[in-house]
Design a protein around this ligand. Structure first.
Ligand code: KIV
Ligand code: ZN
Length: 519
């Protein structure tokens, strides 16, 4: 799209809800410090709005929205609230530090199925509650967004009635969610067109869309809505979110950029920050990005077939529609060596989106030097991998001090583990089905807390036989499901670190907060 065409009317505003809807993904919860790291990186990515949480849901959610509103400059900061006075008051308090950049986002379900079974309310009561919620929110904040939850399954004429009413009540943005990922693109685009046609004044407000990915159509539906005139897309990094997730930010942004000719729209996203943001969110949430994921997957720019390699070497665009550099994918550059100092390391980490306390930097530096001793080349991705187990918020309840495993085809796999808990050294041994199982069983014996392993995967971070291996796992401690990662050049050690990280997260999080979470 030419500069002339990049006028405000074709700009699509990017509303990132990684910290709210994304964080509702089971096992992906982030602590305060991690939320702030993500929010800082979202600001670098230049998103227009950060939805930082649902303040009434828990004191932790309130704190997250409040802190993000206080610390992050640039994007607008939104908090979510039901159309209920106490939710709205709490949300207003949470976003207040953002001043004029604060937004209250209120929602209420409108579809017949939600009205009848969930809310047990008639249409007129829904309209009344939506209007009251918006009007009350406007008393605290000039920027109020309203979402008719399950809009795509709502009768279009009733949806138009609700939208008309909330606009009259003072909503400045109306968001049309496909809450259960039921819509298909043509139909969803047509619904947006229908609303523009039947709601006078809608063109003067901002229309957002918020699509879930249950049928794998979240990005397609969002783009169909953009074609129909929506100018805000709600999305998450790596498509994180409940069930099959939300519309993926990187996909929708790169589709708009790559196919500006077809979509006639643009965003202000700093696309070179996309890859770094994706890695940060994956690292902190423990949610692995599938290798063949569009835009940010490890294979997204890899060419295996000889015929493709030949084509790309002759002319890159024969098989590549985007330039990896535009997404910020590094050419695996060598970043640090064992003679690099703490200052250089902390600067590099800051450029990558991580801000460490002096104590954390000390711990990361010690692991970095250990790694640089074992491994010839230390890449950015290696650094990211060693960060996770060194930067957990609060005290690291247990730290790995020593690990020895004996295993083989004719040996019963046995592990000896020594852990530190404060000044105490705790040691034990156990046998298992394999060296990793033996290690986990030993950790369970030492800590007296048995986790149930739900998922386990191992990925090599960089290339070569001395590459750092990264273990991602999900562990259930009763009802608390925790995702964590651990890394090392030794895969059993990586597994032990990941398992201990999950346990530390579980122990320092306290009882899981009850949440009144929407989809
Ligand atoms: O999916 C949904 O409907 C939501 C709303 C609260 C916007 O997340
Ligand atoms: Zn949602």
């Amino acid at each position: 799209m030419s500069a002339k065409q990049q006028d405000d009317s074709s700009r699509v505003y990017i509303f990132d809800t990684t910290l709210r809807d994304g964080e509702q993904c089971p096992g992906a919860s982030l602590n305060m410090r991690e939320k702030l790291d993500v929010a800082r990186q979202l600001a670098r990515l230049n998103v227009d709005i950060i939805e930082a949480g649902f303040p009434i849901a828990s004191p932790g959610d309130f704190e997250a929205v409040h802190t993000v509103a206080r610390e992050i400059k640039g994007p607008r900061i939104a908090g979510l609230a039901r159309c209920v006075n106490k939710d709205i008051e709490r949300c207003a308090e949470a976003v207040a530090p953002a001043g004029k950049r604060g937004r209250i986002h209120v929602f209420l379900a409108t579809s017949a199925i939600h009205r009848q079974y969930k809310l047990k309310k008639a249409k007129d009561e829904i309209v009344k509650q939506a209007v009251a919620g918006v009007a009350y929110a406007r008393k605290f904040c000039a920027d109020v967004e309203f979402s008719p939850e399950d809009a795509s399954r709502t009768e279009p004429d009733f949806l138009a009635e609700v939208v008309r009413a909330v606009l009259d009540a003072g909503a400045t943005t109306v968001n049309i969610p496909d809450t259960v990922g039921y819509a298909v693109p043509e139909e969803f685009g047509a619904l947006i067109g229908y609303l523009f046609e039947h709601v006078p004044g809608l063109a003067q407000a901002r229309v957002n869309v918020h699509c879930h990915n249950d049928l794998g159509l979240a990005v397609a539906n969002s783009l169909a809505a953009v074609r129909a005139g929506a100018r805000g897309v709600e999305c998450t990094i790596n498509g994180l979110g409940e069930r099959a997730g939300n519309c993926s930010l990187e996909e929708v942004v790169m589709a708009i950029r790559t196919r500006a000719d077809a979509l006639r729209a643009w965003t202000a996203i700093a696309t070179r920050e996309i890859y770094r943001t994706s890695r940060l969110v994956s690292q902190l949430t423990g949610m692995v990005v599938q290798r063949n994921k569009a835009i940010v997957g490890a294979n997204a720019f890899a060419h295996e077939a000889g015929i493709h390699q030949d084509g790309v070497l002759k002319h890159r665009q024969t098989y590549e529609i985007m330039d990896a550099e535009d997404i910020g994918i590094p050419g695996s550059e060598l970043v640090m060596g064992k003679h690099s100092g703490r200052h250089g390391l902390s600067e590099r980490l800051e450029q990558m989106g991580y801000r460490l306390t002096p104590e954390e930097l000390e711990r990361v530096y010690a692991r970095f030097i250990e790694l640089a001793d074992k491994k010839k080349n230390v890449y950015d991705d290696d650094l990211v991998a060693i960060l996770q187990d060194q930067t957990a918020e609060g005290p690291q309840v247990y730290a790995l001090d020593y690990l020895h495993v004996s295993t083989g085809t004719a040996t019963v796999p046995t592990a000896t583990v020594r852990l530190k808990r404060g000044d105490k050294i705790l040691q034990d041994s156990a046998c298992g089905d394999g060296p990793i199982d033996a290690t986990f069983k030993t950790i369970d014996r030492i800590t007296g807390t048995a986790g149930k392993l739900l998922d386990f995967s191992l990925q090599s971070i960089t290339k070569g036989q001395d590459a750092v291996g990264e273990v991602s796992l999900r562990v259930a401690y009763g009802k608390d499901v925790v995702a964590a990662k651990g890394s090392s050049t030794d895969v059993v050690e990586a597994a032990a670190r990941a398992y201990l990280n999950s346990l530390n997260r579980h122990l320092s999080a306290g009882p899981a907060a009850a949440r009144a979470a929407p989809a």
